[in-house]
Design a protein around this ligand. Structure first.
Ligand code: UD1
Ligand code: UDP
Length: 379
């Protein structure tokens, strides 16, 4: 099998961020590949923010997002919408990313149409279908039907081998988000954007910054109430620190966060930042508190300690390196962990090591090299 016609599909902010460096590398090989991009727009605003920053104009746009969409409605709209894209372009292979509903539904449509699937960021697992929910299901099913698995680490490769995936179809590449991160850091430096951003933000940089992101569905309800209660108490305990929270646009997140954390002087609830602004803010932060997947991968390169407000992680590598700590969503536990990092300089320093297990910025290059091979073993 030779891959000439490649369709790259994504729908949410993190998928876009992680597929764009690959898209850029594929585009350097126009004499070999005919590439088209389809966005489901499972996210609309947050996806467009990424497309704008990286100058990407999709060939197909399913434009499916609706306010407070359900998992079934997104799945339904993707299955209906993607069929005409597949029959119009007739790709040799479709590249999907990660574990969203876009990933799962597009893969299912490819499987039904007997079109090959290349899965980028394959093999991440918690082996708990309820955490992260529904992502663990989405990625397990995608692995079951994908033909090529681009695994970011050896750990993710091993997870796939345990699921009896043929090792010939697994390529360890590193995570493409590190490619994106390097592109962003270079742009910030070359265009001196740090000075511009510092003037634009509604808070200063004299005080220490704790940066927060949280959006996971399994944290809705009690988990989010706990996260907000912890932040409320921490911001009162440490009024010499600014707590900056770019709030995810999901109404289930916005409602509770705004209810609980508006009107605290040193808590800044701001709109989602564009990627360059966000990376700059990460690099200026003292601590990052998050339940995000991508942030766990980026922060180790910036050497910022990360506390993950989840009970499980499919990214155990940085935890075992001591750069990321899983703290769950218990109020006392979160407060205790943040306090330890603030009060104990030696403990803080133990997070700082110049190593990132998620890659060196060459993941997209490795994926393209593989796709260029003249012969691929079929599944
Ligand atoms: C989705 C993914 C999750 C990923 C996350 C990244 C699934 C099931 N979930 O979760 O794996 O970690 O994206 O952020 O695929 N909204 C907007 N504008 C936007 C984006 C979202 O208004 O640009 C609002 C809409 O009301 C939308 C809601 O957020 O209905 C939820 O979006 P959805 O993609 O269904 O779920 P996320 O929680 O964002
Ligand atoms: N991010 C961003 N702006 C923000 C918050 C996050 O660009 O205001 C980036 C972040 O750098 C990371 C990605 O978005 O690469 C993470 O997205 P999210 O947390 O929504 O999804 P997850 O990674 O958990 O699937």
């Amino acid at each position: 099998m030779i891959y000439k016609k490649i369709l790259v599909v994504f729908g949410t902010r993190p998928e876009a961020l992680k597929m764009i460096p690959l898209l850029k590398k594929l585009s350097e090989e126009k004499s070999i590949f005919n590439i088209k991009v389809c966005v489901t727009a499972q996210h609309r605003g947050m996806l467009d923010q990424v497309l704008d920053i990286f100058d990407v104009l999709p060939d197909y746009d399913l434009d499916l997002m609706s306010k407070n969409q359900t998992l079934s409605s997104i799945t339904n709209k993707i299955l209906t919408g993607i069929d005409s894209v597949l029959s119009d372009f007739k790709p040799d292979i479709v590249l999907v990313h990660g574990d969203t509903t876009t990933t799962f539904a597009v893969s299912l449509a490819c499987f039904y149409n007997k079109i090959q699937i290349g899965h980028v960021e394959a093999g991440l697992r918690t082996f708990n279908l309820n955490s992260p929910w529904p992502e663990e299901f989405n990625r397990q099913i995608t692995s079951k039907i994908a033909n090529i698995h681009f695994a970011p680490t050896n750990e993710s490769r091993n997870n796939l081998i345990k699921e009896r995936i043929n090792s010939k179809n697994i390529i360890v590449t590193g995570n493409t988000i590190i490619d994106t991160l390097y592109l962003a850091l270079k742009k910030i430096k070359n265009e001196k954007l740090d000075l511009k951003f510092k003037k634009e933000f509604p808070f200063g940089f004299k005080k220490k910054i704790i940066l927060i992101t949280a959006h996971r569905r399994e944290n809705f309800g009690k988990g989010f109430i706990n996260i907000c209660n912890s932040l409320e108490q921490l911001s009162k305990k440490y009024n010499n620190i600014n707590f900056i929270y770019p709030v995810h646009l999901n109404p289930n997140v916005k409602k509770i966060v705004e209810q609980k954390l508006s009107n605290i002087k040193n808590v800044y609830l701001i709109k989602p930042l564009n990627y360059l602004q966000f990376i700059f803010l990460m690099s200026e932060s003292f601590i990052i508190m998050t339940d995000s997947g991508g942030v766990q991968e980026e922060a180790p390169s910036l050497n910022i300690p990360v506390l993950v407000m989840r009970d499980t992680t499919e990214r155990p590598e940085a935890v075992s390196f001591g750069k990321v700590k899983l703290v769950g969503t218990n109020v006392n536990k979160i407060i205790c962990e943040v306090t330890n990092l603030i009060e104990d300089i030696n403990y803080y320093k133990s997070f700082i090591k110049n190593i990132n297990p998620y890659g060196d910025g060459t993941a997209s290059k490795k994926i393209v090299k593989f796709l260029k091979l003249k012969k691929h073993v079929s599944k």
